[in-house]
Design a protein around this ligand. Structure first.
Ligand SMILES: Cc1cc2nc3c(=O)[nH]c(=O)nc-3n(C[C@H](O)[C@H](O)[C@H](O)COP(=O)(O)OP(=O)(O)OC[C@H]3O[C@@H](n4cnc5c(N)ncnc54)[C@H](O)[C@@H]3O)c2cc1C
Ligand code: SF4
Length: 316
């Protein structure tokens, strides 16, 4: 075992400052992703900063009529919250489609957004992976790529982002609140939060080193029928091959985001203008720049069929 040190932070600003000044430091929340990566030798933090007792576990109404979800709110509590169930049904459904009850009891809002890819080569330390070891190569390109991205990938990485919750956050236009190591707060729209891989797939978000997520804010509810549909290889306890978060208004307009197809939750607002024309038109616009591999081109048809099913479900 590699030795590491541990501290329990007393305030968000103190946690961010400690992370920035300690080389190799990482925050730990529920630990359901980080500890797995440590045990497998994929990550080896020199110092863990426990953020569980910072008082960031509340869900509060905002003055604008939205909801502020603390970074440490557990996935189970968020899915079960009465306001979330009533006004942001797509979020509750996406959360309940993820992981297992036990994992959701530990997993947190911030940790869920920052969970790392499930690309099998990322977990195999004997094989090249640009995300794990920058510059080493990508074993998925030309390898087993059935689960991988069909859009937004690069010649360095075609991994997908595995979170269900993040897809719902994207369709709801959430914002991520943070505190930087200098103590200053900032707000990042979820659309800008996750990065495409480019030639630096190991840098997955726009967070600075040491920057701590304090909350995720949802704007005022927009109503509509809200659906989350997830297609996977088995009925539960599996990551999405394709997932769809959809919100459909009574007049047929709405929003759609996809999971399981890109390095980040995939939403193209211009595609939503096609909603009255139907699922095929929406899918064609959403995946207009798709570059699937031979093994995962089935995801294009699957995305169309899942969007069609989600829209039909939303229209009742
Ligand atoms: C078997 C299994 C099946 C799963 N299935 C699914 C699934 O189907 N769908 C799905 O969406 N997820 C799934 N998950 C993933 C699960 O949702 C994540 O592991 C969980 O959400 C991570 O949250 P955590 O609080 O445990 O994060 P941690 O493991 O504590 O942390 C994850 C990362 O976030 C960082 N971090 C944590 N808190 C903060 C903060 N406040 N600010 C900045 N950085 C922070 C940590 O440093 C670390 O890098 C599965 C996990 C497992 C183990
Ligand atoms: S797709 Fe990305 S995570 Fe997977 S092997 Fe290639 S570089 Fe690594």
């Amino acid at each position: 075992m590699k030795p590491f040190t541990y501290e329990r932070a007393r305030s968000p600003a103190e946690a961010a400052a400690a992370a920035a000044r300690t080389p190799g430091a990482r925050f730990i929340a529920g630990g359901t992703n980080l500890l797995d990566l440590v045990k497998l030798g994929i990550e080896s933090p020199a110092h863990l900063i426990d953020v569980n007792r910072l008082g960031l576990d509340r869900i509060d109404a905002t003055p604008e009529g939205g909801l502020r979800i603390g970074a440490l709110v557990r996935n189970t509590d968020l899915a079960a919250d009465a306001h979330v169930r009533r006004d942001y049904g797509v979020l509750s459904r996406a959360l309940l489609a993820g992981a297992s009850g036990q994992l959701r009891n530990r997993a947190t809002t911030a940790g869920n957004l920052l969970q790392r890819t499930r690309c099998p080569y990322f977990y195999d330390t004997n094989l090249p992976c640009n995300k794990r070891v920058p510059g080493s190569g990508c074993s998925a390109i030309g390898g087993f790529s059935r689960q991988h991205a069909v859009v937004g990938g690069s010649s360095s990485c075609i991994a997908t982002h595995p979170s269900d919750m993040a897809v719902a956050m994207r369709v709801l236009d959430a914002s991520v609140e943070t505190v930087r190591p200098n103590g200053k707060a900032r707000v990042i729209p979820i659309a800008d939060f996750h990065r495409l891989p480019g030639n630096t797939p190991h840098i997955e978000t726009v967070l600075e080193p040491g920057e701590l997520i304090t909350a995720v804010t949802l704007p005022k509810p927009i109503g509509g029928a809200q659906v989350y549909r997830k297609v996977r290889d088995r009925a539960s306890y599996a990551f999405a091959l394709v997932s769809v978060a959809a919100i459909v208004q009574p007049d047929g307009t709405g929003r759609v985001a996809l999971g399981g197809v890109a390095h980040k939750p995939w939403r193209v607002e211009a595609a939503e203008a096609q909603m009255p024309q139907g699922a095929r038109a929406v899918t064609e616009r959403l995946l207009a720049d798709a570059r699937p591999t031979e093994e995962n081109q089935f995801k294009l048809t699957l995305a169309y069929r899942t969007i069609a099913a989600a829209l039909a479900q939303a229209k009742g």
